[in-house]
Design a protein around this ligand. Structure first.
Ligand SMILES: C[S@@+](CC[C@H](N)C(=O)[O-])C[C@H]1O[C@@H](n2cnc3c(N)ncnc32)[C@H](O)[C@@H]1O
Length: 289
């Protein structure tokens, strides 16, 4: 899968040199986060390619992710409401770590991990002294991340859980998540805009911080969809695609039940409005038996 491709060396060097100045500790050396992001992004696109490229992936837009997909306060509130005060929450597939950053001041003992080294680097940079609260890890190996912690809640938000394609990866995630949760803990899985059965659909372009992200969603079978992405910033463009597994709350619940999860509620979105079946996406809240 494209997401497992290593971050290209030139991006890694640009990021390491600009952000960390060859040292392992996370100092900005007088640069602002924005200037570092701009440098890394410019280097990244200047050295990049036209057309589909094997190594392009979500990291392509890691530097501007928070502007393209701003964290919604409703998501922060929903997550804070899932744990007791001071409770521990793990954001599985945390992207830039924006949720972890927002939950810490709300008194949540928040951690996150992501497969993508570009995102993890962004997250560590932004978390500053809390940089050890994010790490690189695979959803399918959730059992191994932050191994000494047990959590009151594990959340997997945005279109993240559907990146798991095989039955064995899905089983590893659900089994591992169950082991990492306290009894009665919550596992929260979001699926975005999956109900749409149009075979080929262009999603609205997203524009932020000089980057345009074009997205096209193609149904490839009854339970698979491909998202084709093109990011452009005036210096070049990069294209990649990701494959998603399609779910309904019922099909996902049936699998989760095999790993000791019970259905609590299905919300339409982070505002905790009940899902009626008509909304394109949903959030399944499960509790560990
Ligand atoms: C659409 S983004 C959503 C990010 C974040 N949860 C949000 O809502 O902003 C999907 C994320 O899933 C991560 N991801 C995909 N497959 C993964 C895997 N097997 N393990 C961990 N993270 C994964 C990607 O790197 C990316 O950060």
């Amino acid at each position: 899968m494209g997401l497992r491709s290593p971050i290209p060396e030139f991006v890694e060097h640009a990021a390491r040199d600009a952000v960390f100045g060859h040292s392992a500790d996370h100092h900005l050396d007088g640069k602002t986060l924005e200037s570092v992001r701009a440098e890394v992004d410019a280097d990244h696109f200047a050295g990049t390619f036209n057309g589909m490229n094997e190594s392009a992936s979500w990291w392509t837009v890691a530097a501007v992710w928070d502007q393209l997909f701003p964290l919604r306060q409703a998501r922060v509130n929903m997550c804070a409401s899932l744990v007791p005060r001071g409770g521990a929450l793990l954001d599985a597939g945390c992207g830039t770590g924006s949720l972890v950053r927002a939950l810490l001041p709300a008194g949540v003992d928040a951690f996150g991990f992501d497969l993508d080294p570009g995102f993890v680097e962004q997250a560590k940079l932004a978390l500053k002294t809390n940089s050890d609260r994010v790490s690189q890890g695979d959803l399918a190996a959730i059992e191994t991340v932050f191994p000494v912690k047990v959590f009151d809640a594990i959340v997997c938000l945005g279109q993240t859980f559907p990146h798991l394609l095989t039955d064995s990866d899905i089983a590893s995630f659900l089994e591992g998540a169950s082991r990492r949760l306290k009894p009665g803990g919550a596992l929260v899985l979001q699926v975005v805009a999956d109900r749409d059965d149009r075979p080929d659909r262009t999603l609205p372009d997203l524009d932020a911080a000089g980057v345009r992200l074009q997205r096209r969603r193609i149904l490839t079978s009854s339970d698979r969809a491909e998202l084709h992405l093109v990011a452009t910033n005036g210096l070049g463009d990069a294209a990649w695609k990701v494959e998603h597994r399609r779910w309904t709350p019922e099909s996902l619940m049936a699998v989760a039940a095999r790993f000791g999860f019970a259905r609590d509620v299905v919300w339409a979105d982070e505002s905790e409005k009940p899902w009626t079946g008509a909304e394109p996406g949903w959030i399944l809240v499960l509790s560990k038996d």
